[in-house]
Design a protein around this ligand. Sequence first.
Ligand SMILES: C[S@@+](CC[C@H](N)C(=O)[O-])C[C@H]1O[C@@H](n2cnc3c(N)ncnc32)[C@H](O)[C@@H]1O
Length: 206
Amino acid sequence: MDDLPELPPRAFAREDEGDDLSFYAPARLVTHIDEGAVAALTGYYRQVVPAGGVVLDLMSSWVSHLPDEVDYAEVIGHGMNEAELAANPRLHRWFVRDLNKDPTLPLEDDSLDAALCCVGVQYLQRPVAVMGEVRRALKSGAPFVVSYSNRCFPTKAVAIWRALDLQGHASLIGHYLERAGLTNVAATMLADGRRGDPLVAVAGRA
Ligand SMILES: C[S@@+](CC[C@H](N)C(=O)[O-])C[C@H]1O[C@@H](n2cnc3c(N)ncnc32)[C@H](O)[C@@H]1O
């Protein structure tokens, strides 16, 4: 299905192969990671997302976790639920797209200064195709930050994700990013999970 022939054939199968847009139709105005993990992610974004830049928040919802005091030229949201995206105060514009049906992004080449994807990567059935699109839209050298924790909707997560632990997830995402042509790929533990949700960021550069 994806550009990862080395993985087992059912690596991207899911327990629930029902329509994703229907699954995400009810708005979920909840937080998916706890306050400590959000604060750690916001601190990381403060360091790596250029102020004044054009930013893509891929697989977004009603929160983007960007630092409140920093202005960006444009924050473009992508998600699965119009009401969630409309409630997100950071987004200048957004689009809804099931990336498992259509992994392309309606964005110009070399137009983004950073791209973010928080706690969504486990749902992607064509991660290399999607990340290749992100790389195309990023300016040369711009970062793509993919972060994850240990919680998810298990029936919608791909099989390979469910088979791996926290460290394995970092390797898997690193592999996706490298396959998509991103460079300088590295994982950073933002919250170790001892006192709350763990959070790891795996980032690469276009
Ligand atoms: C756990 S939420 C994370 C939302 C947000 N990034 C956050 O930090 O709270 C997972 C998100 O993945 C996205 N998603 C899930 N399945 C998807 C699919 N098939 N195509 C595109 N996006 C999908 C949706 O936007 C959903 O809100």
